[in-house]
Design a protein around this ligand. Structure first.
Ligand code: UT7
Length: 325
C-alpha cells in the first residue's frame, strides 16, 4: 500500500538589498552592537525598500523556488502564504502572488500564525495535498516587519528584519515509511492565554490602524525552549524517529540563544544547526524557508537528508515538522 506524501521539490528565497547593521541602529536608539550580538546573535538585517511589499518579496522567492524545482508556475494549483504583514487587510497577499505568477486556476490564501506561520502553512498545504484536493503547492513565508516596528523601542526594533522564502510541494504516492521523501509529520500547538506577551497594538476591528509590535521579550524567551523541545519530541514520537536521525536542524531564527538552548536540550550537535539569524535577524514566518534556501544553496543539505523545522511565536503558537529532503 502506498500513501500520498508532500515532497519538497525545491526552495528559494529573497532578501531586500538594503542592509541595516547594529552600528546603524546604535545611531538612532540607545543600544550597541555588543548588546545586540551578545543577547541575540544578530549582526545585521535586511529592510524592504519604500514601496517594496510582502507580496513583491513573496513573488521573488516563489520564482526562485519554481526555478530550483524545475517546474512551471502553471503546474501550481495551491498557494499558501504565511504572513503577519500582508500588503492590505484584504484581499490575501497570496492572490497577488498568484496573479503575478500568471496563475488563474486553483486556490491561494494567506495564513497567520506569526513566527510559526511557515510551519502552520506547511501543515495546511500538506493536509490539502494529501486529501487529493490539490496536487502541487507553493508554501511561502514573507514578511515586512520593518513596517510594524516601533523604531523608538530598542527592545524590539533591533530584533526583526524583512525577507521571504518559499518551497514547492508535490503530491506523490510513496511507500509510507519514514524513509519516504517529503513531509513525514507536522505538529502544531497554540495557547491563547499568552496572547498579550507578543502582539501588535492595532488592527482593522480594534483600532482601525495597523499598529506596532509589542513584546515582553523576557516572557517569550522564558517559554520558548520548553515549548519548542516539547513539540519536537511529539514529532519524533509520531514518526518513530529520534534525534540521531536528524541531519539538519532548521529552527525559526529569533535569537541564537533560543536556537542553541533548544538544540542543546534536544541533544543536537552544533554542526547540524542551520543559523542565519546573524545576517537576517528575525524575519518571522520567512525565517525557516530563508535558512533552508541558504543551506540548500551552499549544498550542505543533500537529497534524502532528514530536516527538522521548528518555530515558536505570537499567540503563543508553536510547531515542528520532520521532512526528508
Ligand atoms: O520570534 C518570535 C519570538 N520572539 C522571541 O523569541 C524573542 C524572545 N526574547 C528574546 O530574544 C530576548 O528576551 C530579548 C533579546 C528580546 C531580550 O534579551 P534579554 O536577555 O531577555 O534582555 P531583557 O529584556 O531582560 O533586558 C535586559 C536589559 C534591560 O535593562 P535593565 O532593565 O536590566 O536595566 C533592557 O532595558 O537590556 C535592556 N535592553 C537593551 N539594552 C541595549 C533591552 N533592549 C536593549 C537594546 N540595547 N536593544
Amino acid at each position: 500500500m502506498t500513501v500520498r506524501r508532500s515532497v519538497m521539490l525545491g526552495c528559494g528565497s529573497y532578501l531586500p538589498s538594503r542592509i541595516l547593521t547594529n552600528a546603524d541602529l546604535a545611531r538612532t536608539v540607545d543600544t550597541s552592537d555588543e548588546w545586540i550580538v551578545q543577547r541575540t546573535g544578530i549582526h545585521e538585517r535586511h529592510i524592504a525598500a519604500p514601496g517594496e511589499t510582502t507580496s513583491h518579496m513573496a513573488v521573488h522567492a516563489a520564482r526562485a523556488a519554481l526555478s530550483h524545482a524545475r517546474v512551471d508556475a502553471q503546474s501550481i494549483d495551491l498557494i499558501v502564504l504565511a504572513t503577519s504583514t500582508p500588503d492590505n487587510t484584504f484581499p490575501a497577499s497570496a492572490v497577488s502572488v498568484q496573479a503575478d505568477l500568471g496563475i488563474t486556476h486553483g486556490a491561494a490564501f494567506d495564513l497567520q500564525a506569526v513566527c510559526s506561520g511557515f510551519v502552520f502553512a506547511l501543515a495546511a498545504a500538506d493536509g490539502l495535498l494529501r486529501s487529493g484536493a490539490f496536487s502541487r503547492a507553493l508554501v511561502i513565508g514573507a514578511e515586512t516587519f520593518s513596517r510594524i516596528l516601533d523604531w523608538t523601542d530598542r527592545g524590539t526594533c533591533v530584533l526583526f528584519g524583512d525577507g521571504a522564502g518559499a518551497v514547492v510541494l508535490d503530491a506523490q504516492e510513496l511507500a509510507g515509511t519514514r524513509k519516504d521523501r517529503g513531509i513525514l509529520t507536522v505538529r502544531l500547538r497554540s495557547d491563547g492565554r499568552h496572547k498579550s506577551k507578543l502582539y501588535v497594538d492595532g488592527g482593522p476591528s480594534s483600532t482601525g490602524t495597523v499598529g506596532h509590535l509589542r513584546m515582553e521579550g523576557r516572557e517569550v524567551f522564558r517559554h520558548a525552549v520548553a515549548m519548542i523541545t516539547d513539540v519536537v519530541e511529539e514529532a519524533f514520537k509520531a514518526t518513530g524517529t529520534t534525534v540521531a536521525d536528524v541531519d539538519w536542524f532548521i529552527p525559526h531564527q529569533a535569537n541564537k540563544r533560543i536556537i542553541d538552548g533548544s538544540a542543546h536540550k534536544l541533544g543536537i550537535a552544533p554542526g547540524k544547526i542551520v543559523t542565519t539569524v546573524d545576517r537576517h535577524g528575525n524575519t518571522s514566518s520567512a525565517s525557516i524557508p530563508l535558512a533552508l534556501a541558504d543551506a540548500v544553496a551552499d549544498r550542505r543539505i543533500k537529497r534524502d537528508d532528514l530536516l527538522l523545522f521548528e518555530a515558536m511565536g505570537g499567540g503563543f503558537t508553536w510547531g515542528a515538522a520532520l521532512v526528508r529532503w
